[in-house]
Design a protein around this ligand. Structure first.
Ligand code: RIB
Ligand code: CA
Length: 316
């Protein structure tokens, strides 16, 4: 069976970890690289977590380190409770045996895109700094991609200082996001979609019960126990497994539906809504749609995919 080569650019991250595990469970995907970027936690931790996830999940792929700060504005560098001190909830990783690729993320993304000869499916589920650098360095990258799917943006935000207009991944590096949206055909799985796919406590209870007792299942069980506690006892948004929905949408397209709209990224740091993906939902801009926006979600299907994921690793 012909597998689709994929790369996951990410900032692991609790939901990034679910996303990588879900991608790795898909028999149609061939993960070529994981490329960590600054985001949920500083790059030194997203890098460490990317290396550790590769080994814990037995993924035969490259891990190529990306940026440790946004293109222009400073990195916000605040550890939030959403992902825990080390960025992966309560998960404890053994020291990684394998190191990173000798090349940086942007070079590996391009190299794998050339090798895949137009078949590469690129996911970005963190800030878009690496993708923007790759596009600056390799202007022909767009025509080498089969599809580009992000978790980011949306019809509302989750950054309170912007009046909840900006979503975290875009807000961390709005300059990068603006350049990416201008250069690539973006499939945007935003907060309006991920929150519509929010898991219920009963879903987590089932996921935890389905986890086996091997090392890979340990990862999912710890992620799920942390996420459930954080969401239903501490009021964080961990019941929304944002990044996994982006991956799930390419495993089973029935899990969400896209609508095409004109979208631009507000990147003026002086503006209160800097980092917002301004979506022309009323179609009044007079501009042609330039983005596929995830609008409808099948929450029961997504929840079932997450339960199947836990069951899958219980047998590995
Ligand atoms: O806003 C949610 C997004 O920001 C997710 O990708 C999460 O991992 C963080 O990166
Ligand atoms: Ca992420």
């Amino acid at each position: 069976m012909k597998k689709t080569p994929i790369i996951i650019d990410c900032d692991p991250g609790v939901d990034d970890s679910y996303a990588i595990a879900l991608a790795n469970s898909c028999e149609f995907f061939d993960i070529k690289a994981i490329t960590p970027v600054e985001g949920n936690v500083p790059a030194e931790l997203t890098r460490k977590n990317a290396l550790a996830l590769r080994e814990m999940l037995d993924i035969d792929c490259r891990v190529a380190f990306g940026a440790d700060k946004p293109l222009v504005i400073p990195y916000f560098n605040k550890i939030t409770g959403t992902h825990g001190e080390a960025g992966v909830g309560t998960v404890k990783f053994p020291p990684s045996k394998l190191g990173p690729d000798e090349k940086p993320a942007w070079d590996v993304i391009y190299e794998e895109a050339v090798k895949a000869n137009g078949e590469l499916l690129l996911f970005a589920v963190g800030p878009l700094t690496n993708i923007a650098i790759a596009l600056r360095k390799y202007p022909d990258l767009p025509k080498l991609l089969k599809k580009f799917v992000i978790m980011g943006g949306g019809t509302f935000g989750n950054i309170s200082s912007t009046g909840e207009t900006a979503e975290f991944n875009i807000w961390v590096d709005p300059t990068a996001a603006k350049e990416v949206f201008e250069k690539l055909d973006v499939y945007m799985v935003g907060l309006n979609a991920t929150h519509a796919a929010e898991l219920k406590k009963a879903d987590f209870d089932e996921m935890i019960a389905l986890c086996g007792d091997n090392e890979k299942a340990y990862l999912l069980r710890e992620l799920s126990k942390f996420s459930m506690r954080n969401a239903f006892e501490r009021g964080f948004d961990n019941s929304v497994i944002h990044d996994a929905l982006a991956i799930a949408s390419e495993i089973n397209p029935d899990v969400l539906e896209y609508e095409d709209y004109y979208v631009f990224v507000e990147d003026d740091p002086q503006k209160k809504n800097a980092g917002q993906t301004v979506i022309d939902l009323e179609r009044k801009s007079g501009k042609e749609p330039n983005c596929h926006v995830a609008m409808k979600v099948n929450q029961p299907l997504f929840a079932q995919m997450m339960k199947d994921l836990c069951k899958y690793y219980g047998t590995k």
